[in-house]
Design a protein around this ligand. Structure first.
Ligand SMILES: [Zn+2]
Length: 433
């Protein structure tokens, strides 16, 4: 089953756009009919797209209401399928803490797990990863310590039946280990790849540099957070590692993988991804909007137009020969909409040079008043502040020219419970809200 899907993916990666659209619609039609018939939450929600004769009017797709993370908590029971399509079960439940609070549980069908695996293997092929090598994963399956202290051998991680993959091993270690222990395991297991969040990989690199540990890493499979250029640079410099950006989520599954040209392509065979502006319209190339995902095989708890919580920038077509939708950059969940008293709203990002100007790896921009902001940062060298004047000018260009900006230097910025840094947030509640 997984194999079949993988074989299809190796062909469908070169499909023409119209072939892909036809395939997506046939998958979506099955999902919509299943959800409408078997999932109470969707009984009426999908009405806009169903014609009186029961056909689907794709032109009205955007009228289907967006599913939010809070729905997963408030309507969890109503979102469960009473029946599964043949061959889709059994189901399992996974939990995610999320970076913005609201822990959720989601029911996953076996077929969703299979399709996710097949898409992951294709992603490995795109990046020319060698399945016979060893991968060390320190992501863990939850926030708890797992397999302490010796690590857990999870066996081969490549395509089942592939002769090279039979020699490969995935080792999983607790995410609570500090850098010297991670590197000790990495060498002890003879690993070539490291599975880690980009922030953690960045911290590991700085530790390795400071402690003078000699270790080479071929590739870092980075997921779970936004990858900044600074993360890529330090890992290249210290480990000689390239960073492979994998965009996936527990709810939405594997959403996008980088092609051989290192551009992120949506896994269009497994999900529909929409990137929408503030008015709910699709963003054009270069624009940044909210990611809305509809995974096709999530039949146990369907997510039809689910707001992932991430922001992403739409990319121009890629020249690698694959027509799958391109995402230029994942902006993560940490982007915020800042409001000006005159009614304007801006969701934007500070230019890349902000970190180097501030001489800071960690900073956070918060709206704290009607037209007042705080930029909190942790200077690398506590004795010398960053170039705040230059950053202030960038801030005024990026957001509002007349806004007040205060710099706050501190020893640390609190991370979320999931260990993530929120770079943009609004702490200002408008009086009219
Ligand atoms: Zn490409």
């Amino acid at each position: 089953m997984q194999h079949e899907f993988y074989d299809m993916l190796m062909e469908s990666q070169y499909w023409l756009p119209e072939t892909m659209v036809a395939y997506q619609r046939s998958q979506l039609a099955q999902l919509l009919r299943h959800a409408r018939a078997n999932v109470p939450f969707y009984e009426r929600r999908l009405d806009p797209v169903f014609t009186p004769s029961g056909d689907i009017d794709w032109d009205r797709w955007e009228e289907i209401p967006i599913v939010r993370r809070s729905d997963m908590v408030e309507h969890r029971d109503a979102m469960q399928a009473r029946l599964l399509p043949r061959g889709h079960g059994p189901v399992g439940i996974i939990e995610t803490s999320g970076s913005t609070g609201l822990p959720i549980r989601i029911t996953i069908s076996t077929i969703a797990t299979y399709s996710a695996a097949a898409l992951r293997w294709r992603g490995h092929r795109w990046q020319n990863l060698d399945w016979s090598k060893t991968t060390l994963s320190r992501l863990g399956d939850g926030d708890h310590a797992l397999a302490w202290p010796e690590g857990e051998n999870k066996g081969p991680w490549g395509l089942p039946g592939d002769s090279a993959a039979a020699n490969g091993t995935l080792w999983s270690i607790s995410r609570l280990f500090d850098t010297p222990d991670v590197m000790r395991f990495y060498k002890q297991f003879g690993a070539s790849y490291l599975n880690a969040g980009p922030n953690m990989a960045h911290i590991n690199a700085l530790d390795v540099q400071r402690l003078g540990i000699d270790v080479r890493i071929e590739a870092i499979l980075a997921q779970g957070n936004v990858i900044r250029q600074a993360d890529r640079d330090i890992c290249r410099e210290v480990f000689g590692a390239r960073m492979v950006e994998i965009y996936s989520a527990k709810e939405g599954g594997p959403i996008a993988n980088p092609c051989p040209l290192d551009r992120l392509h949506v896994n269009s065979e497994g999900c529909l991804v929409e990137i929408l502006d503030a008015d709910g319209r699709p963003c054009a190339v270069g624009e940044t909007g909210r990611v809305i995902v509809t995974p096709f095989y999530q039949t146990a708890q369907p997510l039809i137009r689910y707001e992932q919580g991430d922001w992403a920038t739409v990319g121009a077509p890629c020249s690698c020969g694959r027509h799958h939708q391109v995402i230029d950059a994942i902006r993560g969940r940490s982007i915020a909409i800042f409001h000006h008293p005159d009614g304007r709203s801006v969701a934007n990002l500070m230019p890349d040079e902000t970190s180097s100007l501030l001489a800071s790896r960690y900073w956070q921009l918060a709206q704290v008043g009607a037209n007042a902001y705080e930029l909190r940062y942790v200077p690398t060298d506590t004795e010398s502040p960053g170039n705040e004047a230059a950053v202030r000018a960038l801030f005024h260009q990026t957001f509002f020219a007349d806004a007040d900006l205060t710099f706050v230097r501190s020893a640390a910025i609190p991370l979320t419970s999931g260990g993530k840094l929120v770079e943009y947030l609004s702490e200002w509640r408008r009086p009219d809200r």
